[in-house]
Design a protein around this ligand. Structure first.
Ligand code: DAK
Length: 258
């Protein structure tokens, strides 16, 4: 399948999607989001792929939704056609682990897409922000909610109210980013991290994603109960038997997805 605005590769057991609209700092046009959603759907259905990496260029992960495309929309039109909803949710809905590898600008919808991923690896050039306020609007793809959960109310409120960007160091200190990697190594490191995840038991990685996400959606007591039930269910998988037997026999496990 060929795409206009993204590049898609498979690196062993990992799907790599690269935003590719350099002339617009990877602004997230309808075409780009439609192609992203389609590529994710294909990767979800591809058995060989166990994890996904989403990245942009050194200059920009993505500078937000395409302002030129949306500037003349009216409220009734955008409401009736549910403007820029379709496709965006595919990232958060993907059941396989997704890593965002961010260099340069991750602004507005770009920051929101990165936060929909399971974790963010950033280069030292990364800059995160929700600058929608500067163009008279506000976050619309979960930024006000996910950023607040990730970095706390004070930083989130300041960023959303002033449009201030957060650099990679501050983002790592604040818990938005899991690790900072030199820009030249970012994609390779992200792919290697994804390959490591993809080499684990497939049901286990998908279940980890499911149980960690629960922490954002429910109370502590409910989340712990859910985790315990799911842990008990792991004893119904061949990979649990293989993983534990391999440990006892001092050998490398051979999981179902190998
Ligand atoms: N849209 C369209 N074009 C963009 C763009 C964007 N977001 N960002 C950059 N570009 C284009 C510029 O217009 C310019 O094109 P030409 O003029 O050369 O044709 C080219 O990319 C290079 O940009 P600059 O010349 O501005 O480059 P600089 O290095 O000087 O500045 C910058 C970089 C990132 C600081 C600046 O470009 C900038 O401020 N960009 C806009 C950032 C922004 O405001 N982003 C938030 C957009 S609103 C929703 C889903 C999503 C959303 C809402 C709802 N639902 C699911 C409901 C999201 C909304 C947004 O993201």
């Amino acid at each position: 399948m060929s795409y206009e605005t993204i590049l898609v590769e498979t690196r062993k057991n990992v799907g790599l999607i690269t935003f590719n609209r350099p002339e617009a700092l990877n602004a997230l046009s309808t075409t780009l989001i439609t192609e992203l959603a389609e590529a994710l759907r294909v990767m979800e259905k591809t058995d060989e792929i166990g994890a996904i990496v989403l990245t942009g260029s050194e200059k920009a992960f993505a500078a937000g939704a395409d302002i030129k495309e949306m500037q003349s929309k009216s409220w009734p039109d955008s409401f009736v056609e549910d403007f820029i909803t379709d496709g965006w949710e595919q990232v958060a809905a993907c059941r396989k682990p997704i890593i965002a590898a961010v260099s340069g600008f991750a602004l507005g919808g770009g920051c929101e897409i990165a936060m929909m991923c399971d974790f963010i690896l950033a280069s030292e050039t990364a800059q995160f922000g929700q600058p929608e306020i500067k163009i008279g609007v506000w976050p619309g793809a979960g930024g006000s909610q996910r950023l607040t959960r990730l970095v706390g109310k004070s930083k989130s409120m300041e960023m959303c109210l002033t449009g201030r960007m957060m650099d990679a160091d501050e983002a790592e200190r604040s818990g938005l980013v899991s690790r900072i990697i030199p820009v030249a190594d970012l994609v390779e490191d992200a792919v290697a991290t994804a390959q490591k995840i993809a080499s684990m038991s497939r049901p286990a990685t998908m279940m980890v994603k499911d149980v960690v996400d629960r922490a954002y959606e429910t109370t502590l007591a409910e989340g712990v109960r859910y985790e315990r039930r799911m842990f008990q269910a792991s004893f119904g998988t061949p990979d649990q038997r293989e993983g534990m037997a391999a440990f006892v026999e001092k050998r490398k496990p051979k999981f179902g997805s190998d």
